[in-house]
Design a protein around this ligand. Structure first.
Ligand SMILES: [Zn+2]
Length: 350
């Protein structure tokens, strides 16, 4: 009996030692899986769930909603204590967040109904708009508005930009508007001058006629061009007018667009001297003819030019072939008439 007791004692001690050894080397941990993928090990599954719930409830800043698309599953395991170092509640939470749809607010600054920049707060957007308006030439109308948009957080993080960059983006378009406004003002001033000259000419012709000798024909009226009608001809045969001179949604249009297939001959609208024949930015391949008395005509977006600078051209001479070069969305001739450098409505001449 004594022997048996001793044996039991040794056995118990042995088992205890083995158990302690296992306990030291292995630990019961919860294996966390999300959508079937192991994402980490945690000691306490209740605590982990609490953290997830807290994350869901604490909507911070611009977050409007969180929808957790997949909830983690827990499985108790005896895990080698080496793995304990991999235990991370933060990582589990990050994975849950990654698998969630988080919606955020962003503030879009729109210029003429087009989003130009997104910032984080309404105040920031208002400040940007006020600063831009304060810096813009008086008289230029800016249709700038702020609109709250709710979007996916990942998208919002990409969209939101600093005030500085937002201002740079918007100012690019504002500069174009200012330029157009100034051109329009200049054109109006030129038109007013032209009307004055026409009126003066008419008055002198009337007075010289009453003085008996003159046979000249008076110009048709205050709104008619200064030059005699018939001086200019249509620079292409046919061609549908697809855009007239004047304000359009994309900005002020400085000429008239005549839609013609690429390769259509372009004719000098009146006789004169070629002052430009080559590439000119948005105009693409451009010909400019000077007709004297401050009159110039522009022929833009050509595919090929037939004249060179300094060349004299006669009315109706083939100067180029139409195309769609430069800032153009389709084959057409962009035709301009300028008086002393200011654009005017070409349809008054052709
Ligand atoms: Zn045009």
């Amino acid at each position: 009996m004594k022997r048996l007791g001793k044996l039991v004692g040794i056995t118990v001690l042995g088992l205890f030692m083995i158990a302690s050894f296992i306990y030291m080397k292995y630990k019961p941990l919860y294996k966390v899986t999300l959508n079937g993928e192991v994402i980490g090990y945690v000691e306490n599954k209740e605590k982990m769930q609490e953290q997830i719930d807290a994350f869901k409830e604490n909507l911070e800043g611009n977050i409007t909603s969180i929808e957790i698309n997949a909830m983690p599953e827990y499985e108790l395991e005896l895990v080698s204590s080496v793995k304990e170092s991999q235990t991370s509640e933060d990582e589990v939470l990050a994975k849950v967040e990654e698998n969630s749809t988080i919606m955020c607010k962003t503030y879009a600054i729109k210029l003429d109904d087009t989003v130009k920049a997104n910032v984080e707060t309404q105040e920031e957007a208002d400040t940007i708009i006020n600063e831009i308006k304060a810096d813009t030439t008086e008289g230029v109308e800016l249709n700038l508005v702020v609109e709250e948009e709710v979007k996916d957080k990942k998208e919002v993080e990409e969209l939101n930009t600093t005030s500085e960059i937002a201002k740079l983006n918007i100012n690019q378009d504002v500069e174009v508007k200012v330029k157009e406004y100034e051109e329009k003002k200049a054109a109006e001033a030129a038109a007013a001058r032209a009307r004055q000259i026409a009126a003066a000419k008419k008055a002198s012709q009337v007075s010289s006629r009453s003085g008996s000798t003159s046979t000249s024909v008076a110009s048709a009226g205050a709104s008619a061009p200064v030059v005699s009608s018939g001086m200019f001809m249509r620079p292409v045969s046919g061609g549908t007018i697809t855009s007239k001179y004047g304000q359009r949604s994309s900005g002020f249009h400085t000429g008239v667009d005549l839609a013609v297939p690429t390769g259509t001959p372009v004719y000098a609208s009146a006789s004169g001297t070629v002052v430009k024949a080559g590439w000119s930015g948005g105009y693409g391949y451009l010909v400019v003819i000077d007709h004297g008395n401050g009159y110039q005509t522009y022929y833009a977006h050509n595919s090929r030019l037939c004249v060179s600078v300094g060349q004299s051209v006669s009315k109706g001479q083939n100067i180029a072939y139409s195309g769609s070069t430069g800032n153009s969305t389709g084959p057409h001739l962009h035709f301009e008439v300028r008086i002393n450098g200011n654009t005017t409505n070409p349809l008054n001449y052709i």
